[in-house]
Design a protein around this ligand. Structure first.
Ligand code: NAD
Ligand code: ZN
Length: 364
């Protein structure tokens, strides 16, 4: 496995994909964040992941001369909010975590989005590293420097860009990940195939059982190809300005609305799966995508046990309302990433609302 270096917005991020990367974390932090000299390394994790891997990381930090501190949140999307960030600021202040502290996210995308937000804002920004432990985070959330918390008005509405100096991926931690979260994480990987590479989409179709059983060489290849796809996009458009990075939102306009309306009973990746089916349908009704390609999208998602129909009813009015509050809405109309074929994403504003409604209702 390997080391991938990304330069995003002028900042260097080193991504290490290696069995044992967690136990080597202390030394790796010295290499990428500077000498430890007793500086605080604040591990932000959730109760589940902290219970499994917190002690190992703590030992590695002590061994390399860091002063480890640890804060655990309750697992799940509900913790990704300002009140949790507020409690963490209090913890940092009580423990006198200074300007030279390093914040380490140990967990899935919820932990890295929240810890990254804290790292971006604590003392106007301190060093940040991520040890992703969910597949979602290994293939997507740990790359690109987007950090965020949710507010009642919508998902990820408050946040900042803050690039990690180090992303240390140890694929061995995935063995404890529940099957549902393995599948959910693969939605974003399938998204990268649909958007950028027909070859990568076929790879998912041909290797589903090996990937789902986390067979060693497949997992390494899966993670590294995704880091390269996402890294390439975010390096060229760090702050979502030139139009490249927005393509990564394929499936997220309707997906985020479903996620907000289901009270977070569905995983992010499950909502993205539903959103990709609806966006593919919308691409078809917009005259862009063939029926057989819509069915191909549904079929590969089903291979990975991802939902392609809504498991619970959510009225169109609530979904519409949530979509209009989405960050990507321009002048009160949601923005869509559609497909002009597999591997050919296009951005569309001003899509007819009746078509969007029909695409959403095709999920029922
Ligand atoms: N910043 C970005 O670019 C970006 C990109 C994609 C997703 N996200 C965000 O990521 C979040 C979803 O991420 P997620 O699916 O990783 O959620 P998560 O962090 O809630 O993790 C899912 C569940 O898996 C558990 N878990 C994680 N690793 C484990 C392990 N190794 N063993 C056992 N259990 C483990 C967690 O405790 C949690 O219960 C969403 O909030 C989404 O908005 C951000
Ligand atoms: Zn996503």
């Amino acid at each position: 496995m390997g080391v991938i270096q990304l330069i995003v917005d002028g900042d260097l991020t080193t991504v290490v994909v290696e069995a044992g990367a967690l136990s080597a974390l202390g030394e790796a932090l010295v290499e990428h964040c500077g000498p430890s000299r007793g500086r605080a390394a604040v591990v932000i994790t959730d109760e589940t992941v902290g219970g499994l891997y917190g002690a190992g990381i703590g030992a590695s930090l002590v061994g390399a001369g860091w002063t480890p501190l640890s804060f655990s949140i309750r697992p799940g999307e509900q913790s990704k909010r300002l009140t949790t960030a507020g409690v963490i600021y209090r913890f940092l202040s009580d423990n006198r975590a200074g300007r030279d502290s390093v914040i380490v996210a140990l967990g899935g995308g919820v932990v890295s989005d929240l810890a990254g937000f804290v790292a971006a804002t604590w003392m106007r920004g301190v060093d940040f590293a991520i040890c992703p432990t969910s597949l979602e985070s290994c293939v997507d959330a740990s790359i690109g420097g987007k950090t965020a918390v949710n507010i009642p008005g919508g998902k990820n509405l408050v946040g900042a860009f803050h690039q990690p100096k180090l992303v240390a991926i140890d694929p061995q931690v995935l063995v404890t990940l529940p099957f549902r979260d393995i599948c959910a994480g693969l939605a974003e990987s399938i998204k990268h195939g649909i958007l950028f590479s027909e070859d990568f989409l076929s790879w998912h179709e041909e290797n589903a059982s090996a990937v789902l059983s986390l067979a060693g060489s497949f997992v390494g290849e899966l993670i590294e190809r995704n880091v390269v796809f996402k890294g390439d996009i975010v390096s060229g458009d760090a702050k979502e300005q030139s139009g490249k990075r927005i393509l990564l939102n394929f499936g997220h306009t309707i997906g985020h609305a479903i996620e907000s309306c289901c009270g977070f009973s569905l995983r992010h990746g499950e909502c993205v799966s539903l959103g990709m089916v609806a966006a593919s349908r919308l691409s078809h009704s917009s005259g862009l995508l063939g029926e057989s390609e819509v069915l191909r999208v549904e079929s590969v998602l089903s291979q990975y046990d991802l939902p392609v129909r809504l498991p619970e009813a959510m009225s169109w009015d609530r979904i519409r309302d949530a979509m209009l509050r989405d960050k990507k809405a321009t002048a009160g109309s949601p923005r869509f990433v559609l497909l002009d074929g597999i591997g050919c994403p296009v951005v569309r504003d001003g899509v007819d609302e009746n078509d969007v409604r029909a695409a959403y209702e095709s999920l029922i």
